[in-house]
Design a protein around this ligand. Structure first.
Ligand SMILES: O=P(O)(O)OC[C@H]1O[C@H](OP(=O)(O)OP(=O)(O)O)[C@H](O)[C@@H]1O
Ligand code: HPA
Ligand SMILES: [Mg+2]
Length: 180
């Protein structure tokens, strides 16, 4: 699969070292609380599984599935909830766990939705932040790596559902999506 990548951005070792730092920092910040970590499916599944293992505090997990990219490298502009949370977030501290903040549409939609459900606080942890992709103003509270304004895959991030299982992250060769 590496031949589909133009450039390797972050190795498995780099990602794991950074996620460990993030998990420990977040756990420190939530000391004494019992937050709900909300994984945004599907992309955030690898980051979530790694991050919470570095958070040595009581916490709960839940899952929400959104989709706006489908088999495209551009946001459709419409965020759809494909699967909602199982439990209420009322009066709870919520940490949204995302793989990437690009246009910011998914997160601003989710944050507003959770605040409307009366969460006590909503913070955002993202593995990757692409600030040059932003069309709405949103800044993650915790960010693993800043990435260039190119389409990246791996560590949960897909193109047309592929590449999520790569333990590293790279820039996809445009030839892969240009032929579709
Ligand atoms: O900031 P944005 O421009 O909204 O992009 C970020 C979102 O887009 C991707 O999800 P996608 O819709 O591809 O669903 P997936 O996680 O199932 O791949 C990614 O996993 C984020 O959730
Ligand atoms: O660069 C990206 N790669 C994969 N999925 C994404 N969703 C938003 N941006 C990206
Ligand atoms: Mg996707």
């Amino acid at each position: 699969m590496r031949e589909d990548l133009q450039e390797l951005l972050f190795s498995e070792e780099q990602i794991q070292a950074r996620v460990k730092q993030m998990g420990e920092q977040i756990a420190k910040d939530y000391q004494g609380e019992n937050p709900i970590a909300v994984c945004v499916l599907k992309g955030a599944v690898l980051f979530m599984a790694d991050l919470i293992r570095y958070m040595d505090i009581p916490l709960e997990i839940d899952f929400i599935a959104t989709s706006s990219y489908g088999a495209s490298t551009k946001s459709s502009g419409v965020v759809r909830i494909l699967k909602d949370l199982d439990r209420s977030v009322e009066d709870r501290h919520v940490l949204i766990v995302e793989d990437i903040v690009d246009s910011g549409l998914t997160l601003s939609y989710l944050r507003d939705s959770l605040l409307r459900r009366n969460a006590l606080s909503v913070k955002i942890a993202t593995a990757f932040d692409k600030p040059d992709g932003r069309t709405v103003d949103i800044t993650p509270d915790y960010s693993g790596f800043v990435v260039p304004n190119r389409f990246i895959v791996g560590y949960g991030l897909d193109y047309a559902e592929r590449y999520r299982n790569l333990p590293y992250v790279g820039v996809l060769k445009p030839a892969v999506y240009e032929k579709n």
